[in-house]
Design a protein around this ligand. Structure first.
Ligand code: MG
Length: 376
C-alpha cells in the first residue's frame, strides 16, 4: 500500500484527491494531511481518513487539538510539519496542492528526498522550474502533474519520445470573460470568481479570469516537457473537453478528452503509469455535437504575453511574475485594486526588476520575499 502526504488537503484539489482515495479503496494510506487555517475541515478529514499526522498553522493548533480530543492523530505546526511530511522515508507520494508561492519549499524538499510529487501547485515550477528539475535529477524524484492540461499532455505522450514532439497545444476555456468585448476594468469580484466549467479555489479562479493561469501553465509545460515557449500554442476551447494536445513531427495530433472533473488527472497522477477504473459521467459526443476553438484575445488578456515574455527572459523574471501576480490577486479579492490592475502591476514590476540569470533557490526566495515585503 502506497503512503501519501496530502498538502493543502482542505482546498478544492484536496477534496478531489480524497474522493480518488475513496475510489481506490485499499491502495493508499494517508500518512499526513495538511491545511493552512481551515482546522474544522482538517479535523473532519482526519477523523474520516485517520492519518498519522495532521499539520496546521500554529494559530489553530489548540483548536484542532480540542476537536481531535483523545484520537491518536498527532498534530504538527506548518513549520515542522511540511518538512517532515516531505522527507518522511515511509512516504511514497507527496500531493502538493498548496496554493501560491508557499508551495515551493515543500516541492523542493520532496524533490531532495526523492519523492514522487503529484504536483498541483503551479508556482513551484513557475518560480523555480530549472532548480526543481536539477534537484529531481540529482535525487531521483519525479513530478507527475495534476493539472488537467499537463496530465492531458502526459497522457498524449504515453509511449512517445519527447524528441518526437513538434508542439504542444494547450487548451484554455477562456474563463468567465471570454466573450467580453468591452473593457474589463470594472468587473466585480463575484463575476471574476464565476468560472464557467471548473469549480476551483479563489486564487486560481482569478488567475483563470485574467488568463494568467494559462501563462503559468505554459511556463510549467516548458519545464515539464523540455520545450521552448515558442513551441507551445494556446488555443481557446470553451467546452473544456479536450484538455490539451500534442502535435508530433509526422503531423499526427494526439489529444486527451473527457468531461471536466479533476478526479481524472488526480487519479492518473496517483496511479501513473497505470490507469484505474473511475465511475464518473462519461463524455457523450452525440449530445455535445460541436467543439469550438478560437485564438486568445491577447489585447483583452495581456497576461498571456506577459507570462511568455517572462519565461523567455528566464532567471528571476518568472519569480517576479508570480509574486506580484499573487499579491495583486489578493488585493483584488479584498477590493483594493481593479481587475485590470493585476496584470498592469505585474508588467510594471517586471520592467523595474534587475534579473539574476541562473538564480540559486536562496536567491529565488530572496527576490520573492523582497516583493512580498514591499508590495503586500
Ligand atoms: Mg489547468
Amino acid at each position: 500500500m502506497k503512503k501519501l502526504s496530502i498538502l493543502g488537503s482542505t482546498g478544492s484539489i484536496g477534496d478531489s484527491t480524497l474522493k480518488v482515495i475513496d475510489n481506490l479503496k485499499g491502495q493508499f494510506k494517508i500518512k499526513y494531511l495538511s491545511a493552512n487555517n481551515n482546522f474544522k475541515k482538517l479535523a473532519d478529514q482526519a477523523l474520516r481518513y485517520n492519518p498519522e499526522y495532521v499539520i496546521i498553522d500554529k494559530e489553530f493548533y489548540q483548536d484542532l487539538k480540542d476537536i481531535l480530543g483523545t484520537s491518536k492523530i498527532k498534530i504538527l505546526t506548518i513549520e515542522e510539519g511540511l518538512d517532515q511530511a516531505t522527507s518522511d522515508k515511509n512516504v511514497d507520494i507527496v500531493v502538493n496542492a498548496i496554493v501560491g508561492s508557499f508551495g515551493l519549499r515543500p516541492t523542493i524538499n520532496a524533490a531532495k528526498n526523492g519523492k514522487i510529487i503529484a504536483l498541483a501547485n503551479k508556482e513551484s515550477l513557475v518560480m523555480a522550474g530549472e532548480n526543481v528539475k536539477s534537484l529531481m535529477k540529482e535525487f531521483g524524484s519525479k513530478i507527475i502533474p495534476i493539472d488537467s492540461e499537463h496530465s492531458a499532455i502526459l497522457q498524449s505522450l504515453n509511449g512517445e519520445e519527447y524528441s518526437a514532439i513538434n508542439k504542444i497545444i494547450l487548451t484554455a476555456s477562456g474563463g468567465p470573460f471570454r466573450d467580453r468585448k468591452d473593457s474589463l476594468e470594472d468587473v466585480s469580484i463575484e463575476d471574476a470568481l464565476a468560472h464557467p466549467n471548473w469549480s476551483m479555489g479563489d486564487k486560481i479562479s482569478i488567475d483563470s479570469a485574467t488568463m494568467m493561469n494559462k501563462g503559468f501553465e505554459l511556463i510549467e509545460a516548458v519545464h515539464l516537457f523540455d520545450l521552448g515557449p515558442e513551441r507551445i500554442e494556446i488555443i481557446i476551447h470553451p467546452e473544456s473537453i479536450i484538455h490539451s494536445m500534442v502535435e508530433f513531427i509526422d503531423g499526427s495530433v494526439i489529444a486527451q478528452l473527457g468531461l471536466p472533473d479533476m478526479m481524472v488527472p488526480i487519479q492518473y497522477a496517483l496511479t501513473y503509469p497505470e490507469r484505474k477504473k473511475l465511475d464518473l459521467p462519461k463524455l457523450d459526443l452525440h449530445k455535445l455535437g460541436t467543439l469550438n476553438f478560437f485564438d486568445p484575445n491577447t489585447k483583452m488578456f495581456p497576461a498571456i504575453n506577459v507570462a511568455i515574455e517572462a519565461i523567455k527572459e528566464g532567471g528571476t523574471v518568472p519569480v517576479v511574475l508570480n509574486a506580484v501576480n499573487e499579491i495583486m490577486v489578493y488585493k483584488f479579492l479584498k477590493g483594493k485594486i481593479k481587475f485590470t490592475d493585476i496584470v498592469k502591476n505585474v508588467e510594471e514590476e517586471i520592467s523595474k526588476h534587475k534579473k539574476i540569470k541562473d538564480p540559486t533557490i536562496d536567491q529565488i526566495f530572496e527576490v520573492n520575499d523582497e516583493i512580498w515585503k514591499r508590495l503586500h
